[in-house]
Design a protein around this ligand. Structure first.
Ligand code: ZN
Length: 84
């Protein structure tokens, strides 16, 4: 039996399989993600990279991150580490 995770999509920025499902408000998304990628799938790693480049703090807007692996799914907690 094969289970497919509907949330597993390919990141349009780095082309990896996006295994982390996360949600941020539209306003934050538009602030962080480059225009040509805003309607595409962007993985958490790339999102974080863009946020760092643009110096947009987003941990407050991120509540839970879901990891959808091949063997397990889990809910991850966001730890608010204040920017140095
Ligand atoms: Zn990516």
């Amino acid at each position: 039996m094969q289970k497919r995770q509907p949330s597993q999509q390919t990141c349009r920025s780095c082309r990896c399989v996006d295994k982390f499902d996360f949600h941020v408000p539209d306003l934050v998304w538009k602030q962080v993600v480059p225009k040509n990628l805003q309607t595409r799938v962007v993985c958490l790693e790339c999102f974080d990279k863009f946020a760092a480049e643009k110096q947009v703090p987003y941990t407050h807007f991120l509540h839970t991150v879901y990891f959808a692996g091949e063997k397990a799914q889990m809910e991850l907690k966001v730890v608010d580490s204040h920017d140095p």
